[in-house]
Design a protein. Structure first.
Length: 264
């Protein structure tokens, strides 16, 4: 049976039916840039037993995994047969702590009050579309390639879920129109859609050049449409059902037959 690990976002995780508990054969590492995932832990941060008000337990655990850098240990312990990456969560800026540790400035980190803790004081912002962020990310890919070579993760089939933000949205009855409204990283933090798509293309090209064994799955361009009826709301990376069906079929061809696009 396939054992799946995802380092990415809901565009891949949502291929599996949402349940209260994740299937035992599925590990999902999210809200973490590769640059943050491969960084050192935030010094002085201690795990909290309960999530802050307004966050689910899963959201809290995802933030703490990014702060404590437990994601890599989880991946190795999971011993996946298939390791899937997507880079949609690379939309978040990075924060560099005085120690040099990197943290992903996710919505959950911001709204959960984690940045008020002394261990996370005085961070330096590294804007996602900056040259500095790209350099940090390129080094993380180098580190990732070495990690894959030196651990049991080398046995996993490496898969890149190639994705771009949608520029158009579906309309009732078929067809599409330009995406309505200005995209945001989160409320009050607007995003440059074209800039993020250029970044994603750049990241993917570098990832594949560094890890040529990775196999690519992608949806047909005509299915890269934002879905106003998506369970998570309208967003340039919340796609129509046909998008997920394309990805599900492509993953099944690589031995990931458990992925199911029903209900997405």
């Amino acid at each position: 049976m396939a054992r799946i690990a995802i380092v990415g976002s809901c565009i891949t995780r949502d291929l599996w039916p949402l349940r209260e508990a994740a299937p035992q054969d599925l590990l999902y590492v999210s809200r973490s840039s590769l640059a943050s995932l491969l960084s050192s832990p935030a010094p002085g941060y201690r795990a909290q037993p309960d999530p802050p008000e307004g966050l689910t337990r899963y959201q809290h655990l995802a933030v703490e995994a990014d702060l404590l850098k437990t994601g890599l240990a989880q991946l190795i312990a999971h011993r996946p047969t298939h390791l899937i990456f997507d880079f949609i969560d690379e939309r978040f800026d990075l924060l560099r702590l005085p120690s040099g540790a990197l943290v992903t400035h996710s919505f959950e980190l911001e709204t959960g009050g984690y940045l008020q803790q002394p261990a996370l004081a005085a961070p330096q912002a590294v804007p996602r579309l900056s040259v500095a962020a790209y350099r940090l990310w390129r080094q993380a890919v180098v580190d990732l390639a070495e990690l894959l070579r030196m651990t049991v993760l080398r046995e996993a089939r490496l898969i890149l879920h190639s994705a771009q933000w949608a520029e158009r949205q579906a309309i009732p009855g078929g067809g599409s129109v330009p995406l309505q409204g200005h995209p945001h990283i989160w409320d009050g933090r607007p995003a440059d859609l074209a800039g993020h798509n250029r970044m994603l293309a750049q990241y993917e090209a570098h990832f594949l050049a560094s890890l040529p064994q990775a196999q690519v799955v992608r949806a047909r361009p005509e299915h890269r449409l934002a879905d106003p009826e998506h369970r998570w709301g309208l967003s340039p990376f919340h796609y129509v059902p046909a998008y997920y069906q394309d990805i599900s079929r492509a993953l099944a061809a690589l031995g990931v037959e458990e992925a199911a696009a029903s209900g997405v």
